[in-house]
Design a protein around this ligand. Sequence first.
Ligand SMILES: *[C@@H]1O[C@H](CO)[C@@H](O)[C@H](O)[C@H]1NC(C)=O
Ligand SMILES: *[C@@H]1O[C@H](CO)[C@@H](O)[C@H](O)[C@H]1NC(C)=O
Ligand SMILES: *[C@@H]1O[C@H](CO)[C@@H](O)[C@H](O)[C@H]1NC(C)=O
Ligand SMILES: *[C@@H]1O[C@H](CO)[C@@H](O)[C@H](O)[C@H]1NC(C)=O
Ligand SMILES: *[C@@H]1O[C@H](CO)[C@@H](O)[C@H](O)[C@H]1NC(C)=O
Length: 663
Amino acid sequence: MSPPPPECAALGVRGARIPGPVVRSGLPLRLLLLLLWAAAATQGHPRNVPRISTVWKGRTGKDQVEFGSAEPHTVLFHEPGSDSVWVGGRSKVYLVNFPEGKNASVQTVNIGSTKGSCTDKRDCENYITLLERQGDGLLVCGTNARRPSCWSLVNGTLESLGERRGYAPFSPDENSLVLFDGDEVYSTIRKQEYNGKIPRFRRIQGEIELYTSDTVMQNPQFIKATIVHQDQAYNDKIYYFFREDNPDKNPEAPLNVSRVAQLCRGDQGGESSLSVSKWNTFLKAMLVCSDPTTNKNFNRLQDVFLLPDPNGQWKDTRVYGIFSNPWNYSAVCVYSLGDIDKVFRTSSLKGYHTGLPNPRPGKCLPDRQPIPTETFQVADSHPEVAQRVEPMGPLKTPLFHSKYHYQKVVVHRMKSSHGEIFHVLYLTTDRGTIHKVVESGEREHSVINIIEIQPFRHATTIQAMSLDADRRKLYVSSQWEVSQVPLDLCDVYGGGCHGCLMARDPYCGWDQGHCVSIYSPHRSVLQSINPEEPHKECPNPKPAEAPLQKVSLAKNSRYYLSCPMESRHATYRWRHGEKVEQSCEPGHQSPNCILFIENLTDGHYGHYYCEGQEGSYLHKAQHWQLLSEDEAKAEHLLGRAQALVAFLWLGVLPTLVLGLLVH
Ligand SMILES: *[C@@H]1O[C@H](CO)[C@@H](O)[C@H](O)[C@H]1NC(C)=O
Ligand SMILES: *[C@@H]1O[C@H](CO)[C@@H](O)[C@H](O)[C@H]1NC(C)=O
Ligand SMILES: *[C@@H]1O[C@H](CO)[C@@H](O)[C@H](O)[C@H]1NC(C)=O
Ligand SMILES: *[C@@H]1O[C@H](CO)[C@@H](O)[C@H](O)[C@H]1NC(C)=O
Ligand SMILES: *[C@@H]1O[C@H](CO)[C@@H](O)[C@H](O)[C@H]1NC(C)=O
């Protein structure tokens, strides 16, 4: 197998502009208009929907490294502060280096695999599923032909640690989560290949091995686990996030519900034979992500990112959850660990109406005291708390929702040059791109969407993502390649000082004629993010104008002009002379403002301007001149390849419609 050609991957609607030639034939325009209308009619525009315009593609050689062959499953391990990333593949571990200012390089360590008695061809591979720092080396675990095993990699020397059940699954698609905390290891991976199909959350190393009762979760899909060290060690908690089948079988009710569960890290199991090897402090709560004003519910948790408080207050840790609905639209909801903790500490239990036993279910006990059997029995039969966990903020609504299907999220807390704090979200889409969304620290529920990042040469699913907050880099892997994405991408913003500031990217500012990173050394950049009209601070009063582009067109031909809507705050207009031919308000369905000319007549020739207006900021984003063939001859413009025409038009149609439908 070889990667798809990059040309296919790069086919996108953004900035689509058909240069030059005469358009005489193509698909019926009415069909296109009908599709446009249908797309517009079915898509209301919810508030707070970010839009994307600027697109960044990595620089080949510097930002991307290819594996050379397909890697169906990859895992990433990156240590903050280093300029390299480990990638686990099939019987291999790659060490990819991204030296500053140089091309990236890759080294490969072969892990191999025990063939043994494995028969199924596909699963007899050794898929590396876990990479973790261990002492001076790296712990590497993989499926090893259905004999989950680990290796230790120190200074380039590989040592086998033998079979390690619970550290890696039997096959790579299983529901596996492994959490390390000092000497303790927790895992959701089953230890027997054929027995014990019910997924459990276990402590597999450290204190006595414990597992969750089989009745407390229904078909769980684990998403993320974390340990929270509280003020007193005996109160330390493990939280994990998952989806499960909804016990409510009402046909109106969603099939799946999203949950957060808690366990006490100091749990020693119970006193009775039934409770002795089970977690005695398990409780779960429903995670709600819905918008009451639009009556939209997002029930399927996709990913969770925990952003610790900079002052070390565990209660102020922000929990970012990505959810989707049955149409694969997404919402981002933000919770606080303090709220989650409070729900577990204070809520009654769902369906349990008599007085709670003492100690109450879920309470951590000091001095390794066992949980009394009565408390265990109540919690075990009523594991769900009645109160639900709702998003932070007075409205308890999503931070935003979107028509994209987001799958993974990381969040970077950064300080602008004025010292303002911004939370910047990086969300992966199901089309292999990353959306950068800024959550303004000032106003609740204010988001600015600024850029779409195409991290790969071959557009494909993003399998893993890792953030280095200190070095401000993002690492992502796909089946073909691994990429490093700088968070402070500033040279992507065109339009001079005005375009740079209007992008409202907190990492960027204007300095000496360039849109630059605020982290560039020895610079005092001009930055202005929150104000409504940041461009007013620019030294030059007028924005740069778009260059004139010319095209020659035959009479009676069909044509369209496309203008990328770079700001989601602006209204875009196509002006021909004094007449406004097309107007696209903020919230327009397509990322481009398109002017169709169905049948070109004499009156259509001349100059066309696409103007974006945002308050007092008027920016000429496009300038076209449509020339008749005679005029073009006079300007020596003719002679372009006319055979291209039909092809272009046909190619643009599906892309356009796709862009509209998914937007
Ligand atoms: C870096 O990679 C690019 C693209 O693969 C290549 O054209 C260039 O020559 C490389 N530069 C060096 C110094 O290897
Ligand atoms: C790894 O190699 C470095 C230099 O080659 C050496 O200083 C170090 O002691 C080695 N570490 C181990 C654990 O062998
Ligand atoms: C959602 O519910 C359906 C029906 O109960 C079930 O088949 C499916 O596996 C569930 N999915 C998740 C992710 O929990
Ligand atoms: C939603 O996404 C999932 C996984 O990406 C896919 O299998 C499913 O068909 C999608 N559903 C819809 C309605 O598009
Ligand atoms: C365009 O207009 C001309 C004259 O008005 C007409 O003869 C021609 O059929 C039209 N072309 C199309 C494709 O509608």
